[in-house]
Ligand binder design. Structure first.
Ligand SMILES: [Zn+2]
Ligand SMILES: [Zn+2]
Length: 207
């Protein structure tokens, strides 16, 4: 049996293209637009309230829209077989990104990669919203000079992921080298308003 090298290369190219799109969309279509347009509004709402994620219906819609645009374009450029591989690689990696991003906020790390992904993304949220736009890889941030080594990430207690804190609201000992928490746990309406205007101005939330 012949090894189907062309479709596999196309799948890898599609996956790599997604990571570039993840960087570009996150940086320019979401943060730079400061709430203009649906994608930016949804994303900055997630920055204002880290427990908010766009509903799955909106994500399925954007995956379908991507397929509708990418598949015919790739077919015209590279033929049907490779186009299907490319689209599968791109949309599959997009789906993987959605799961990985949600898990960063909801589940503790279970690998060195998971530990890096959480530190880098939580630095993006709480330290510098215009840095570390890549969620699954820092390749594009390094290439375009927007990568910060997260160091020790300072997290406002009211926005801390549940996995980070113990029952007393302090950083669990296994994460003490990576994070500190500051401030109160309460999120009153006044605080929420300030968090929202900060998020839409790409300002890190006050601690
Ligand atoms: Zn996030
Ligand atoms: Zn962001």
């Amino acid at each position: 049996m012949r090894f189907p090298s062309a479709p596999i290369a196309a799948i890898v190219a599609g996956a790599a293209t997604w990571t570039a799109a993840e960087y570009g969309l996150h940086r320019f279509a979401m943060h730079s637009l400061r709430g203009r347009g649906l994608a930016s509004r949804e994303h900055l709402s997630h920055h204002a309230d880290v427990t908010y994620f766009s509903p799955a219906s909106k994500k399925l819609l954007s995956a379908a829209a991507t397929t509708v645009v990418v598949l015919p374009l790739a077919t015209a450029l590279a033929g049907r077989r490779r186009a299907i591989g490319f689209t599968v690689g791109m949309v599959g990696t997009y789906a993987g990104y959605e799961v990985a991003h949600r898990r960063i906020h909801t589940h503790p790390p279970s690998s060195a990669y998971g530990r890096w992904a959480r530190r880098s993304h939580l630095h993006h949220h709480f330290g510098a919203p215009m840095r570390n736009h890549g969620v699954t890889t820092n390749l594009w941030d390094r290439l375009f000079g927007s990568y910060d080594d997260p160091g020790v990430v300072t997290v406002p207690r009211r926005m801390a992921p549940v996995w980070l804190l113990d029952a007393r609201g302090e950083v669990r000992s296994e994460f003490a080298a990576d994070y500190v928490v500051r401030g109160g746990a309460e999120r009153d309406p006044g605080r929420a308003r300030v968090d929202r205007s900060d998020a839409f101005a790409n300002i890190a939330p006050a601690v």
